[in-house]
Design a protein around this ligand. Structure first.
Ligand code: SOE
Length: 368
């Protein structure tokens, strides 16, 4: 019997996975779509890793994450574990010379996030954080319209990120425990996406903010809870635009309702993540709904579209676009708008500013 020799293309990215929950599955699907080989996985136990390996078609398992970082058949590691483990795992992966994709939040403190951003810079590797909503084509369309001046001067912005999976007192999750989730939950988990998307599309930074947070249940499933369910923000950008941002994981019927709306002196723009094929363009006369179409898209929006108009793209497609950009950066390209560890640091800075503003009940300057 001849043994078929599989000629592994040296340009094929070899991907290691640490963690195997919902996000691990999304990362694995995107890595495979980008042409990678899933060579090894580690998880909370060997048994769990073996189950993930079978489910996701990963070649082999390691008992510990350290085995993934040390593996000679791994070029990039995707870290998809609970928040408090991100910083030590990402640091170890960088120290092993691997490219890294680390789930958000990059770290639960600014100090850890800053150290990781610096370590990634020093290591000269690709180090990314999946602020994946940047990869919906109509987000790129909106960003291009702002950058080209077509909406005029940004005056105000409004946004929200609403979910309902923590609505009930017996809804519990590792994120609700500061020891595993960090001192902020709702804002760090999804408010970070909202702020990243606002700053990415607007091309401006939030320079000061006021915030209030609420913890509805001080106990969940019999365990004490020490981070927030809800955050409401007032923000000001570096051009002086004013904005309102609402974050809640207790909004009945809202499943993953991330919406941003920008108002310029000539046009408004509204993107709703649950309707990603559309971009609302508001005008004094003739507001319209623009539908995704690679034939009419801005080049940076068109490059993310693998199917024609009328064939809806969704969340996994956006994730696929993000991972494809990570892997093209590993191959030496410079894809536009790749969210890196510097953006993970930005999210940590905003999270600490929100917690400080809520505590002091005053406006807080947000350092760049
Ligand atoms: C849970 O809030 C969650 O899975 C977030 O962790 C993700 O970042 C978000 O994209 C969807 O909701």
């Amino acid at each position: 019997m001849t043994t078929e020799v599989i000629d592994i293309d040296v340009d094929t990215v070899r991907t290691g996975l640490v963690g195997g929950g919902f996000m691990g599955r999304v990362h694995a699907a995107a890595a495979r779509r980008a042409g990678a080989q899933l060579t090894v996985v580690a998880s909370s136990s060997r048994g769990r890793a073996e189950a993930v390996a079978r489910e996701l078609g990963v070649a082999r398992v390691e008992d510990e994450a350290a085995g993934v970082f040390a593996a000679s058949d791994v070029d990039v590691v995707h870290i998809c574990t609970p928040n408090a483990t991100h910083a030590p795992l990402a640091a170890a992966a960088l120290a092993a010379g691997k490219h890294v994709v680390c789930e958000k939040p990059l770290a639960t403190t600014v100090a850890d996030a800053r150290a990781l951003a610096r370590a990634a810079e020093d290591a000269g590797v690709v180090a990314a954080v999946p602020f994946v909503y940047r990869y919906h084509p109509m987000v790129r369309e909106a960003r291009a319209r702002v950058a080209s001046g077509r909406i005029g001067t940004l005056l105000t912005l409004d946004g929200s990120y609403l979910q309902d999976w923590m609505l009930r007192q017996n809804d519990d999750d590792w994120r609700a425990d500061a020891a595993t989730g960090g001192p902020s939950r709702a804002f760090a988990d999804i408010g970070s996406h909202l702020c990243d998307l606002v700053e990415f599309v607007a091309g401006e930074r939030i320079v000061r903010l006021a915030a209030r947070t609420r913890r509805i249940f001080h106990e969940r499933a019999g365990r004490s809870v020490d981070n927030e369910d809800i955050a409401a923000l007032l923000v000001e950008t570096d051009s002086g635009a004013l904005g309102t941002l609402l974050v809640s994981q207790m909004a009945p019927g809202r499943k993953n309702a991330l919406v941003i709306e920008l108002h310029g002196s000539r046009r408004s723009l509204r993107f709703d993540q649950e309707r990603p094929e559309e971009l609302w363009i508001g005008a004094r006369k003739g507001s319209r709904l623009m539908l995704r179409d690679p034939a009419t898209a801005d080049p940076d929006a068109a490059r993310l579209q693998r199917v024609p108009a009328g064939h809806p793209m969704g969340y996994q497609d956006a994730f696929d676009g993000f991972v494809a950009d990570v892997y093209s950066a590993i191959a030496g390209q410079a894809p536009d708008g790749l969210p890196t560890f510097a953006d993970g640091l930005r999210a940590a800075v905003l999270t600490e500013a929100v917690l400080e503003a809520a505590h002091s009940q005053s406006w807080i300057e947000v350092t760049s």
